[in-house]
Design a protein around this ligand. Structure first.
Ligand code: ZN
Length: 85
């Protein structure tokens, strides 16, 4: 048994060294929050990917013959290169 600090509410508690929450409630709350945060992150990424696709369609639509789209014109439209799929 050792003194621990709850990962969620920071309350001190004693328990096995692998325990990181003071109670089952804190553990459940923590995982619920984590899940909500992950969902939010996924939602934002989807939004960016969708926006990227719209930008590409817009740019490609204007230049049907042109296979290469220049990077600057994408950047100007806030294209997020790190989210390419
Ligand atoms: Zn707690």
């Amino acid at each position: 048994m050792s003194k621990r600090k709850c990962k969620l509410c920071k309350a001190p508690f004693t328990g096995r060294s692998d325990k990181i929450f003071c109670s089952a409630q804190c553990k459940a709350d923590y995982h619920n929050k984590l899940k909500a945060a992950t969902l939010k992150a996924t939602f934002n990424t989807d939004k960016i990917l969708h926006r990227n696709r719209s930008i590409l369609l817009e740019v490609m639509g204007k230049n049907l013959q042109q296979k290469k789209v220049d990077r600057d014109s994408l950047a100007k439209k806030n294209f997020r290169f790190e989210y390419m799929t």
